[in-house]
Design a protein around this ligand. Structure first.
Ligand code: TYD
Length: 195
């Protein structure tokens, strides 16, 4: 049985999070909810690393494109007029490409966060992916306001401060991708009060 007290998730502070000076605030919000930072590092990602971070399968890319189309529909915008296509795969590829540009535009901070239901807890603390929909009290809700309508018109990805794994399986893959072969930088220690 997995040790639910020691579930691990992968978090990355994105360029806008770093440039807004939010690294400390993000760490603070995890630590105040009894989550433990067990690995922490600033680095500059290569395009290849980011390209390998985001899924490459057609279904994921189409889903990204469908989300964009959904937003355009919601606000009565014409994707063909604005972006030259309403094909979900094409749109997904655009967004994926913009993500690679954005994620390599400044240093990032990568970390492994551990604790009870760390994956869900961290996603809850981060808030919804799209900042304009994120609840107040979440990191994105408190510190950002961006939308895919504006971002896509400006031919860039949504700036949403951070990335956090969506499921324990995704977390495992992402920890392996970003820390694989360097287990010595992931630490095991007890916080005060921990048995
Ligand atoms: P998604 O998989 O929906 O978010 P999450 O990683 O929270 O599960 O989207 C992946 C990334 O794509 C996310 O960082 C936001 C970005 N994105 C855009 O930049 N533009 C868009 O139109 C959409 C839908 C997502």
């Amino acid at each position: 049985m997995p040790n639910f007290k020691k579930e691990r998730t992968y978090v990355m502070v994105k360029p806008d999070g770093v440039k807004k000076g939010l690294i400390g605030e993000i760490l603070h919000r995890f630590e105040q909810r009894d989550l433990k930072i067990v690995a922490l590092e600033m680095f500059h990602a290569t395009k290849e690393q980011i390209d390998n971070h985001y899924p490459k399968d057609e279904a994921w890319i189409r889903r990204l494109g469908q989300k964009t189309l959904g937003t355009y529909e919601k606000y009565g915008l014409d994707a063909v007029k604005e972006l030259g296509t309403n094909d979900d795969l094409e749109l997904g590829k655009f967004v994926r490409g913009w993500l690679v540009e954005y994620m390599t535009s400044a240093p990032l901070v990568r970390m492994v966060v551990e604790g009870v239901h760390a994956v869900d807890m961290v996603r809850k603390i981060c808030g919804a992916t799209l900042p304009y929909l994120a609840d107040m009290g979440t990191i994105r809700g408190d510190y950002s306001n961006d939308s895919p309508v504006i971002a896509n018109m400006e031919k860039r990805s949504v700036m949403n401060i951070m990335h956090a794994s969506e499921t324990p399986v995704e977390a495992q893959h992402e920890i392996e991708h970003w820390f694989g072969g360097r287990e010595e930088v992931i630490f095991d220690y007890k916080r005060y009060g921990e048995e």
